[in-house]
Design a protein around this ligand. Structure first.
Ligand code: SF4
Ligand code: SF4
Length: 278
């Protein structure tokens, strides 16, 4: 299959950018455990495709992170990547094509950077102008050897350091993101938080996720709106304690089916809301 055909297919699926690289190259960024998991899913993996899907839908007021307001990208992005897989399956009948988003052993950001998609942000994110870092990444793992577009590694962002300075938990450093200090992680974490982590969550305006290191980034000053209806329409921008009152886990998941903020159940959201509304 030609690169031009794939170009058209990714554009039709709504991708703002895509790329591909040999699995052996991406494996340089993977642990032995992750390589083993990838090989379990796809024996003799040869190629990884990666694509970016924009999600910025504007500035509605709400206490949910921008990424969590539309349909759940864990569902939407693999569906979109699967349209590419279906095309490839017709051509390469004996090969496997496995779509994923955020739930595979593949390091998606490293794949995107190695393909030269956008820029490498100091905040650890992939920046794809004009959508900024407001993009979801999806991957396809395959045992087929595919023709791939030319590529060179992503350049670094301008390195202004605003993301590091603005991070409330001091989670960003040269070693990447410290998840024990990152509010994106802590607002979603079940169970006990340390007193310091609790104080961070209490002082944070969102009850799910954290957009701070994205909001301050100059590449996100005027992001283009997503063309994808799944991330632009039917948004849930915020939650209150009353929205969740009396719901069982099952009722909560039914009420907010297909939303990314449901995957840890209602407990972390209730806890965070109680702290805000106390
Ligand atoms: S998401 Fe928030 S807490 Fe996490 S690194 Fe970015 S600014 Fe810091
Ligand atoms: S805020 Fe500055 S340093 Fe951080 S990712 Fe954006 S451009 Fe890079």
């Amino acid at each position: 299959m030609t690169v031009t055909t794939l170009d058209k297919a990714f554009a039709a699926a709504g991708a703002a950018a895509w790329g591909g690289l040999p699995f052996s190259e991406l494996a340089e960024d993977m642990t032995a455990e992750a390589i083993g998991k990838a090989e379990e899913l796809c024996p003799h993996p040869q190629t990884v495709l990666v694509a970016a899907f924009p999600y910025y839908a504007g500035e509605g007021v709400g206490n949910l992170s921008l990424y969590a307001r539309g349909r759940d990208y864990h569902l939407v992005v693999p569906e979109k990547m699967n349209t590419i897989c279906n095309l490839l399956r017709e051509k390469y009948e004996n090969s496997r094509f496995l779509p994923a988003a955020d739930n595979s052993p593949l390091p998606e950001r490293q794949a995107a950077w190695r393909c030269g998609m956008g820029l490498r942000g100091k905040n650890g994110l992939v920046i794809v102008p004009p959508y900024g870092s407001y993009v979801f990444l999806g991957t396809i793992l395959t045992d087929a050897v595919l023709e791939l577009p030319r590529r060179s590694s992503s350049p670094d962002c301008v390195g202004c350091g605003r993301c590091l300075a603005a991070c409330p938990g001091g989670a960003l450093g040269t070693g990447g993101v410290d998840l024990d200090r990152c509010l994106s992680e802590l607002t979603q974490r079940k169970g006990m938080l340390s007193a310091e982590q609790e104080a961070l969550v209490k002082a944070h305006p969102l009850v799910w996720g954290c957009d701070t290191c994205q909001r301050v980034c100059p590449y996100n000053a005027h992001p283009a709106l997503t063309p994808l209806a799944e991330f632009r329409e039917g948004l849930v921008e915020g939650l209150t304690g009353a929205d969740l009152a009396g719901l069982t886990n099952r009722q909560f998941r039914e009420k907010y089916a297909g939303r990314a903020f449901t995957w840890r159940g209602p407990a972390p959201l209730r806890r965070n809301l109680e702290w805000k509304e106390a």
